[in-house]
Design a protein around this ligand. Structure first.
Ligand code: GLY
Length: 376
């Protein structure tokens, strides 16, 4: 049985790992994925670079440590410089980057400069909103005809930066754009059987839907496990900001699909097309994201809704199984979860620690033991 003591024991493992990593990642960040379960220290210029500072904020919310605070301050300066110089920000993941750095810092510490940083980042993200298609273009320059009109399920997690900007400024423009996007994501990225497309193209001349396609999944028609996880978590988050209950229903359907396609130990293969007995790799990062999503979904459902208990139970079961996928058997590792997959089709980060998998693992543990005020 999953006990508070067991979770706290795991949190101590994570906390100590963070302390061990402070010197290596003082102003640099862990590379998106490890090599042989060790993250090299790299410059802050990838979409994944908010996950380390996000973990530092989670650690502080659990137990304050002055050494961690000093690194947060240094990391925030790097995030400001990155925005000032617009270093590799021509993608929608500005949301991931600045929610976990600036918004998290503002929520935890009420730092005025972090509020400003988050608002400036939201303005940069808004440049990717297409007024006709009413979606945020995921990748590439907005003038790139190959990428124009392409939305992806991951973007659900980038929208909270926009809700923050509307809440803070009173300007509804950000929220309206985010709401338009999430409603179209709900309409076109979710298939009839409640699996999801990774990506979907809208026509930016007419605003009409075109077609779904994968980028990191097995095939255009399969269900990329992490994409489904971004949906399970991302739709309830938008619900918390715009109150559209149909988003919770969508997340519930996505969760049911995901849970029905798990192997016996409940850790998904990297694409849900693979089931029990497959020799394909797991993606533990899909699992940690899903635990957070299930917990958020359960929290937002009405108190009388029986699905609450079911999703909390499922979250606990997956988390318990993840305890068997940590780096404890790899003392040289500076990561947390083994057996993540970045992109199997791209042969990138296959069976490695992933910075986002580690972040959501820690968030899931924190959610289990305390009333956590979200960064999303
Ligand atoms: N958002 C990119 C990924 O999940 O790999």
């Amino acid at each position: 049985m999953l006990t508070k003591e067991r979770i706290e024991q795991e949190i101590e493992y994570v906390y100590n790992k963070i302390l061990d990593n402070l010197d290596t990642f003082e102003t640099k960040v862990p590379k998106a994925v490890s090599t042989d379960y060790v993250y090299p220290a790299v410059e802050n210029e990838d979409w994944t670079d908010g996950f380390w500072i996000g973990m530092l904020h989670l650690a502080q919310s659990y137990r304050f440590d002055e050494r961690i605070q000093q690194v947060i301050t240094k990391q925030l300066a790097v995030f400001k410089q990155r925005l000032d110089d617009e270093v590799v920000l021509n993608h929608h993941d500005i949301g991931f980057l600045y929610s976990l750095s600036a918004v998290a810092d503002y929520r935890e510490n009420k730092t005025a400069s972090s509020r400003e940083l988050a608002l400036r980042a939201a303005d940069v993200l808004m440049r990717r909103y297409d007024e006709t298609a009413k979606i945020f273009q995921a990748w590439g320059d907005v003038s790139d005809s190959e990428q124009q009109g392409r939305m992806i399920i991951d973007c659900n997690m980038n929208l909270p930066l926009l809700y923050f900007a509307s809440d803070e400024t009173g300007d509804a423009t950000y929220r309206t754009a985010a709401e338009n996007h999430v409603k179209l994501a709900q309409k076109y990225l979710i298939r009839e059987d409640y699996s999801t497309f990774h990506t979907f193209y809208m026509d930016i001349k007419t605003g009409q839907p075109r077609y779904g396609a994968t980028a990191q999944g097995f095939s255009d028609g399969s269900c990329w496990a992490r994409g489904q996880a971004w949906g399970i978590y991302g739709f309830p988050i938008s619900y918390t900001h715009i109150g559209d209950a149909s988003l919770l229903e969508s997340a519930s359907h996505l969760a049911d699909y995901y849970l029905a396609h798990l192997p016996a130990d409940k850790i998904a293969y990297w694409d849900l097309v693979f089931t029990e007995g497959s020799t394909e790799e797991r993606d533990t990062s899909a699992s940690s994201i899903t635990v957070c999503g299930l917990l958020e979904l359960a929290k937002q459902l009405p108190l009388t809704d029986t699905r609450r208990t079911r999703y909390e139970q499922a979250a606990g079961d997956i988390l318990t199984s993840l305890f068997n996928y940590t780096t404890k058997d790899y003392p040289e590792s500076n990561g947390l979860l083994v057996q993540g997959v970045y992109s199997k089709p791209g042969n990138l980060g296959v069976d490695e620690c992933t910075t986002w998998g580690d972040y959501f693992y820690f968030e899931a543990l924190i959610r289990m033991v305390k009333s956590w005020s979200t960064y999303w």
